[in-house]
Design a protein. Structure first.
Length: 578
């Protein structure tokens, strides 16, 4: 077709009305020959291209300068392949949907193409926004591990939409379609027994609910039980009848575990506080009390904003039993707790006696929990004191029953052995062991009876206890045999003086149940570590020395010597009966 043919084509159009209509159309309109050259364009096309009809005719249609022009996806080639109309995006940002049709000649053959463009700029932008929104939504589903689904109430068929969500780590069954979903999942054991009722309500009654919000336990692909959160809404038909349920399922196992742990911690905390003597919090780094009950602060006479060091010092001096003050302060002073935290300890505990209600001493269990608190990472402590008086006294009573001689209240043989072995372990400190018994005690039992003899033993044990130090070990080994262990004596002469004091003090007339009974005792002495470094050896050697004291006339002490020659000491004459 030569260059004058388009003009001739236009001149041959004898209907001026149609010429005017085509030229005046608001939508861009083109006539393009089979060689893809422009034959005609209307005024809207001229305005779009910024060119006149005379400037465009005979030129390739690619002068429209859209991204698809001149490519295999141009408007006409898409039309020839039977594809959907193209959407052309112009450089100025406007978008046009281009529809192509054939212009047929008198013989019915194609002589040209008709191109009609419809502006779809706003529609294209809306579609782009929807695509971006859909992409963000899909991304959100991926990151939260959410599965979308649709349940048809009439067919009981569940469709899942997981494509593109990349749920590789999801525990969910990812089948696209599950028929008769209720029976299928129950048969396959997917639903946890505790969640079956809730699941059945969802499947059977969901159509009666406008919205569903519940949680179930299901078995995942990994074989473990997972908690899932289900959010769903009912979809109705035009007549308001429920058709299907559309919803999402999300794994909330971690949230459930945290929720359960929090509930357990709350229960534990409530149980702790139910019998708390006192609780308070302190910043050890800043040496500052953060929280304390006003009643306890008033009891100690502490002012607001006091330091932790002041609190501990005051509480130890005013409330803690003297026997436990040193240990309590040693464990709970500020430096000790900071050192404990630095060594990796997170709890410090101690059982001790302190002043309780009604000015009575009670046993308490004190726990200091150590943490590092943001934002400054200061070391802080939470201190909780629990009343354990009843159980502690029961425990001490049982322990005493197991450790003590039931008649005299002194340690028994097994306890004496354990305490002596513990004292001797890893030390070379000078210690002395005494074995002693009551002279002629068998005659007392035979003359006055065993009940009288028991009272003699109790009286003897009481007098013997009064002559020993607090840390010395005194035990009744059986019958009238007593054992004394003196730990950490400065020299041997102190043991000799103590043995002499025992023999002199316990020698005399005892008025018991109206009977004047004359008593004396004999003592055998062995030293550790010279004569033995364990209980068994010390017992044997001090018992051998006791045997020598008896052989030498009783009422005396005797020192063990390995070769059998020992120094003994005869006590003075017994005191008069008066």
């Amino acid at each position: 077709m030569d260059r004058d043919k388009p003009v001739a084509f236009w001149a041959d159009m004898d209907n001026e009305f149609y010429k005017h209509v085509l030229y005046s159309m608001e939508n861009p309109f083109f006539i393009i020959d089979t060689d893809f050259r422009l034959l005609f364009l209307n005024r809207a096309s001229e305005q779009l291209l910024g060119l006149t009809l005379e400037e465009c005719v005979g030129r390739p249609c690619s002068i429209c300068s859209t991204p698809l022009c001149g490519t295999d996806d141009c408007c006409i080639r898409r039309y020839l392949r039977g594809e959907a109309p193209a959407v052309q995006h112009r450089p100025d940002g406007r978008a046009f949907r281009v529809s192509i049709s054939d212009l047929l000649g008198p013989g019915g053959d194609r002589i040209a193409f008709l191109s009609l463009s419809t502006e779809v700029t706003e529609l294209a932008r809306t579609q782009e926004r929807l695509a971006a929104s859909e992409e963000r939504y899909q991304l959100a589903l991926q990151q939260t591990g959410t599965m979308m689904w649709e349940y048809d109430l009439s067919s009981r068929r569940l469709r899942q939409f997981s494509e593109g969500q990349a749920l590789e780590n999801s525990p969910f069954d990812r089948r696209a379609v599950i028929d008769d979903v209720e029976a299928t999942l129950l048969r396959e054991g997917v639903i946890h027994p505790d969640s079956i009722s809730a699941f059945q309500r969802l499947m059977r009654q969901g159509g009666d609910l406008s919205a569903v919000d519940t949680a179930l336990q299901i078995r995942g692909l990994d074989g473990d039980w997972h908690w899932v959160s289900i959010h769903a809404n009912r979809v109705q038909d035009a007549e308001g009848e429920p058709m299907r349920i559309v919803g999402t399922t999300r794994d909330i196992t971690r949230e459930k575990l945290l929720e359960q742990r929090s509930a357990q911690e709350q229960q534990y905390r409530a149980a702790m506080f139910s019998n708390a003597v006192c609780t308070y919090e302190a910043n050890l780094t800043q040496d500052k009390v953060m929280q304390i009950s006003s009643s306890w602060a008033d009891q100690l006479g502490l002012l607001p904003g006091c330091s932790y060091s002041q609190l501990v010092g005051t509480a130890v001096n005013l409330l803690v039993h003297p026997d436990h003050r040193e240990e309590m302060f040693g464990k709970f002073n500020r430096k000790a707790l900071l050192d404990a935290f630095a060594d990796g300890q997170r709890e410090v505990r101690l059982d001790y006696l302190r002043l309780g209600p009604e000015e009575k001493m009670i046993w308490v269990h004190c726990t200091a929990t150590l943490i590092q608190a943001p934002p400054g990472n200061d070391v802080c402590c939470f201190i909780h004191m629990q009343d354990i008086d009843r159980q502690m006294r029961q425990e001490l009573a049982l322990r005493s029953k197991a450790e003590r001689d039931p008649l005299t209240g002194l340690y028994n043989r097994s306890t004496a052995r354990r305490l002596v072995e513990q004292a001797l372990r890893g030390t070379a400190t000078l210690c002395a062991a005494f074995m002693m018994d009551i002279d002629n005690f068998k005659n007392i039992n035979d003359t006055f009876g065993h009940q009288f003899g028991d009272e003699v033993l109790v009286n003897f044990a009481s007098r013997l206890s009064s002559m020993l130090r607090k840390g010395d070990i005194l035990a009744r080994l059986g019958g009238d045999e007593f054992f004394v262990f003196l730990y950490g004596i400065p020299h041997r002469e102190l043991a000799f003086k103590k043995a002499d004091q025992i023999c002199r003090t316990l020698h005399g007339v005892y008025p018991i149940r109206g009977v004047r009974c004359e008593l004396s005792c004999s003592v055998g002495i062995a030293f550790a570590p010279e004569d033995g470094a364990d209980f068994k050896t010390l017992y044997q050697h001090s018992d051998a020395a006791l045997y020598q004291a008896k052989a030498l006339g009783k009422n005396r002490w005797h020192l063990y010597e390995e070769k059998g020659t020992a120094a003994g000491e005869q006590m003075g004459s017994p005191p008069s009966a008066e």
